[in-house]
Design a protein around this ligand. Sequence first.
Ligand SMILES: Cc1cc2nc3c(=O)[nH]c(=O)nc-3n(C[C@H](O)[C@H](O)[C@H](O)COP(=O)(O)O)c2cc1C
Length: 146
Amino acid sequence: MKKVTILYGTETGNSELLSMDICKVGNKSGLNCVNMGMDEIDNDEFSIIENLLIVCSTWGDGEQPDNAIDLFEFVESLDECDLQYMNFSVLALGDTAFDLFCEAGKEWDRILEEKGAKRIHDRVDCDVDYEDDAEEWIETVISKLM
Ligand SMILES: Cc1cc2nc3c(=O)[nH]c(=O)nc-3n(C[C@H](O)[C@H](O)[C@H](O)COP(=O)(O)O)c2cc1C
């Protein structure tokens, strides 16, 4: 079974709930999905992920949520080809009322590509009513991973 790692960056739990949904849908579809907070994976484990789905909200003024900061800094420190064996897609949560809409998710999308990972599906940026956009993204990424 293909292993898929879902990492969430969250302050108030929306991204965590979505990552649980992704896990459920993925496992039902025959994938071997695991989900965890971005602060629950160590750097060595992260570096060898083959299939990564990121769900990340934006906080403060366009900033990473607290539980995402250390992992993001680690990824920033990697060399250009270090993630060449990784496939990824990003679901970004935010609020269009903020100037830096979904900035944290956009940063993940950019940094993973910069470090050599291959985008399997375009990032989707979700406003506060994220359910429909998230559901569409989940269906598409899971079908691409199957
Ligand atoms: C204090 C605060 C700051 C926020 N800053 C931003 C922001 O800069 N950009 C953005 O797009 N959304 C921003 N948001 C919206 C959150 O990203 C959005 O509510 C998201 O669904 C929260 O998901 P989470 O529960 O996984 O953290 C902010 C929300 C709060 C309460």
